[in-house]
Design a binder for this molecule. Sequence first.
Ligand code: BG6
Length: 516
Amino acid sequence: MSSSANNKDPNQAMREQVCQEFHGSVTIVVLGASGDLAKKKTYPALYNLYRDGFLPEKTRIVGYARSKLSHEDFIQRVTGYIKSPSSDKLSEFKNMLSYHQGLYDQDESFQALDKHIKELEEQRDIEPGSRHRIFYMALPPSVFIPVAQHLRRNAYAKEGINRVVVEKPFGRDLASYQEMSKELGSLFTEKEIYRIDHYLGKEMVKNLMMVRFANIFFSNSWDRKYIDSVQITFKEPFGTEGRGGYFDEFGIIRDVMQNHLLQILSLIAMERPISTEAEAIRDEKVKVLKCITPVSLDNALLGQYVAANGKPGYLDDETLKNKQSVTPTFAALVLWIQNERWEGVPFILKAGKALNEAKVEVRVQFRNVAGNLYRGTPRNELVLRIQPDEAMYVKFNNKQPGLSYHTIQSDLDLTYQNRYTDLAIPEAYESLLLDVLRNDHSNFVRDDELAAAWKIFTPLLHQIDQGDPNIHIEHYDYGSRGPAVLDEFVKAYGYDRSTKNYSWPIQSVSAEKNRL
Ligand code: BG6
């Protein structure tokens, strides 16, 4: 992870880094190339990297999947989601692509893949020692390990670097993760493995360390003495629509909390790493995760959406096999970090499908001002909006402009759209694939990090899976803010929602009349 500003164009420095790593050539193999992830995320991200000059000159991209597809059909499928491509660049990009059909559990298929890659290497005159391969596994969990085994046996580069990029789900609980990790670890080294959590590629998430550690006023108030609670919220305005079959196996806790929201939490809560090196950062993330006690049912609110506002309920999803499913589509879970910095500060993770809006944000609420001269003034809050429309603002108390000596709540606002010209925020996958090319593991999840993450959620997940009689699922309407008891639940952990006459982003001065 590069740490500070310098005079060199940072993009150029990254291009040079990629060049040094790969000596100008690499073959990227996308396994599961006919699937949704590949066409919607992987190929568009690779195109953008190509367009911006980040792919080594002699790159080839080989798609591998079971589907029988002609070259043309394949090309059409994987380039259909590229946003506003330039026609020249797109046709150059298409020339880098090929498709290789094969099975996921047969040596012969992978030997044929190896042969195909070798032919491409010969065509490009690539020297031994520079025959590098990146394997991107955009695969369903059932074939993940067999594919890794076959790759290792039949298509591992013997004359170059190997990198393997893997996607969640990484198991269903601690035991299944450990089994998977043992298997994968026997095939590839930890250095070769890049476990993607795409939230780590989002702009605001990548910004968290800088906000915390490059600003003295945050670094000095970042603890239990000043912070009352932290909320990390994930809201989606759509339900599982057609994806219920998959979702029902996992539920919202496994789908977004154990990974995306917990990653955000660890960046918010970890101690300062000794450097910006990947392992230094990941060491601190693991340390803080190990201080979190497993989340208990007493600290949980679970919910499932029902039909409302003309939209179907979760159980109406046609792809759902179990029509009595109690899989949560909403959860609010409170995590406690048992260390000197955070003891007693609730970290409230909230996530739900089929809610009233699309939003992911972190809300750090500070404590009341002790001996406050201006009684009744609301607490300070730092809000980091991860999506949509990246923004960061601090809610603070200000004198009401004019003759009055009343206080008014306003904000110090850094909304990216308003502040930065030429704003071009890359897709998470683009940024992460570039990190793979640059050999930077900072934004990937380490093996021990995942084990620590699973330890936090496994007991609760087992209670839910086993239908523990103490589990209660609240119903909420499609399109609502979540279960009706949510505000009460959050309030019980000290969150103060008072925002008298505050409105975002513009507010009237005269609206505020009731301050002392
Ligand atoms: C995925 C989940 O990991 O993240 C999905 O499986 C969820 O259920 C998605 O919709 C959210 O990602 P983003 O980038 O759209 O916020």
